[in-house]
Design a protein around this ligand. Structure first.
Ligand code: ADP
Ligand code: MG
Length: 568
């Protein structure tokens, strides 16, 4: 403590670079501070420090470590409390550039495994980013002293040191409940569960917070299930969506997309008060949409697309600029290749010609002239041959009535089960479509070649996250704008870290299939943690949160420098 004070006094007024000398570990009364990384100048990305609090100063109950999920939730709760305190405590950023900044990787509505806070039996580690204070490019030692000796202790006093244990207990109860709901879902073959009373709509198109005064969710009688969950006396009831084909219909603006989006996000867990804390979905559910303009490398899209003009092959289809339908076909095939067990589709973001082809069009444009086998002619085979379920929003065409197992109609934000009506109508007006009924077709495996990750010949390139939906690899930009289940910027950062790691480890040399590569990455995340993908895992690893395998794959699949080979 005194040592840090002395150092700061000594370098006060010197050039910014002299800050490097304070790198190291310092013991304070209740905690240690490790200054792992010192920024090069006041405008550069902030310095990274860890605060380590021994259990004698902040007790870690052993129950919080009972399961991995419990631990993640407890860590998440502590992270949020520190984030709140940072917002409350005046940080009065004085000086140039990022002087005085204090930040933690604050979570959004989801509870994700992240590196911001780590608890163990011995200690709690809090990772912060700070802007070391400067005047112009000269060190402001006085302000730095205030930062370390007053502001940071104040933040800790207002957060971790004043947290009540029940707050953390309660978050671990939610973890238990989520584990139980998933267990019940698995046992009963439900791919989605939406509890009665959930609030699905969001405040706005750019906010993930709940909309106030929303109509609460209420399950149709026919789909209603109820079961017990831990830490709650009354049973949880709600709508179960079974494996198979579920169609969501209804008039425009009646809440179809809102329901599907909630289902999409249900692959993650949400905090209490989010409105979707009891909305859960098959963790291997993948939203698929049209994404014209994307790159495609060697994907077998032949189940959906064949005989393109000028004889372009589709068993190993590549393009720098996919069309609406070919991009959507690619997105389906890539999801299947990497292990998706449910596919989620919204008409709003689909290519019409990928979804439907009616009798009249069949007559005008003969099959031989139409490369596309629409999704409607494969959806049943997807279910029957591959065991893959689909949840589909389709308000604009009744063609799917024939193949749906369940039809849910949204009416003024309230769902009704209209399966019988839909089947009756399908009988009354047969759609007379004549194509289809072929087997699903094959899903090819692909392998990413070692030099996929080099943007310049033979040169390793720096991989950086630039916001939620962009990763920069050298000069190549990877556009993840349309990867809708990537929800947290720290997931993007983690994917960037994985890509860097892949270069160094030269994993790609082993010529494994993409799916095997993802298995291996997941295995390392499980066993050694997210930080194991960073250059210095024992230090502040950066602000990372866990992505799913599908979003990691989505990134590789959109990498314009990727070199991909079909296997066999
Ligand atoms: P659709 O896909 O059927 O056209 P959306 O799901 O896009 O409709 O919803 C239309 C609007 O209604 C959106 O602004 C959405 O936020 C709002 N909304 C959806 N569900 C509810 C609800 N349960 N309560 C209040 N507003 C809702
Ligand atoms: Mg819609």
């Amino acid at each position: 403590m005194e040592r840090l004070k002395a150092s700061l006094q000594k370098i006060d007024g010197k050039g910014y670079k002299a800050y490097k000398s304070i790198q190291g570990t310092y013991s304070f009364q209740q905690f240690n501070i490790c200054i792992d990384y010192v920024q090069g100048d006041p405008f550069a990305s902030p310095s990274k420090i860890r605060i380590i609090i021994p259990t004698k100063e902040f007790t870690i109950k052993s129950e919080w470590l009972d399961s991995k999920q419990r631990k993640i939730y407890a860590q998440d709760t502590i992270t949020r409390s520190v984030a709140n305190a940072i917002n409350k405590v005046s940080t009065f950023a004085k000086g140039s550039g990022k002087s005085g900044l204090i930040a933690i990787d604050a979570p959004g509505q989801e509870i994700l495994e992240r590196t911001a806070v780590t608890i163990t039996e011995e200690s709690t580690t809090i990772c912060l980013s700070i802007g070391l204070p400067a005047n112009g490019r000269r060190i402001n030692g006085k302000e730095a002293e205030t930062l370390f000796f007053r502001i940071i202790p104040d933040i800790l006093t207002a957060s971790i040191f004043s947290m009540r244990q029940v707050e953390i207990d309660e978050s671990t109860y939610l973890a238990d409940q989520h584990i139980e709901i998933r267990k019940v879902m698995k046992k009963n073959d439900w791919i989605a569960f939406i509890a009665d009373g959930s609030f699905l709509p969001r405040e706005s198109g750019i906010s993930n917070k709940p909309l106030t005064h929303a109509v609460p969710f209420k399950s149709p009688e026919m789909n209603r299930v109820s079961f017990s969950i831990p830490h709650q006396s009354e049973q949880l009831s709600g709508m179960a969506i079974k494996k198979g084909i579920t169609l969501i219909v209804g008039g425009g603006y009646h809440g179809k997309s809102t329901l599907l989006t909630a289902i999409e996000r249900g692959v993650y867990h949400h905090i209490k008060g989010d409105g979707r804390e009891y909305v859960l979905t098959d963790p291997a559910a993948v939203k698929v949409r049209a994404e014209d303009g994307r790159r495609v490398s060697n994907v077998n899209i032949s189940p959906f697309i064949n005989d393109l003009p000028h004889g372009q092959a589709t068993h190993q289809f590549s393009t720098e600029n996919a069309s609406g339908s070919t991009s959507q076909a690619t997105n389906v095939m890539e999801a299947l290749e990497t292990g998706a067990t449910s596919i989620l589709i919204d008409e709003d973001t689909s290519a019409t010609n990928f979804m439907i082809r009616d009798k009249r069009m069949q007559e005008l444009v003969v099959k031989e002239k139409e490369p596309i086998t629409p999704f409607i002619d494969k959806i049943a085979q997807l279910r029957d041959d591959l065991g893959v379920s689909t949840i589909l929003v389709m308000g604009g065409s009744g063609d799917y009535f024939d193949v749906a197992d369940d039809v849910i109609m949204m009416d003024e934000y309230v769902p009704f089960n209209v399966t019988e009506d839909a089947k009756r109508i399908a009988m009354k007006y047969p759609n007379r479509r004549e194509e289809g009924k072929s087997a699903f077709g094959s899903i090819a495996k692909r392998s990413f070649l070692p030099d996929s990750l080099n943007s310049k010949k033979g040169k390793k390139s720096k991989v950086q996250e630039k916001g939620l939906s962009t990763i920069l690899m050298g000069r190549t930009e990877i556009d993840l704008q349309q990867v809708e289940q990537l929800v947290d910027r720290s997931q993007t950062r983690m994917i960037a870290a994985i890509l860097s790691h892949l270069e160094h480890k030269e994993w790609l040399k082993e010529k494994m299939s993409l799916s095997e590569l993802l298995d291996k990455i997941e295995q390392q995340m499980n066993q050694d943690g997210l930080a194991s993908f960073t250059p210095r895992p024992k230090e502040h690893p950066g602000e990372l949160a866990r992505p799913r395998r599908f979003e990691i794959a989505a990134t590789l699949n959109r990498l314009r420098t990727a070199k991909v080979q079909a296997i066999r």
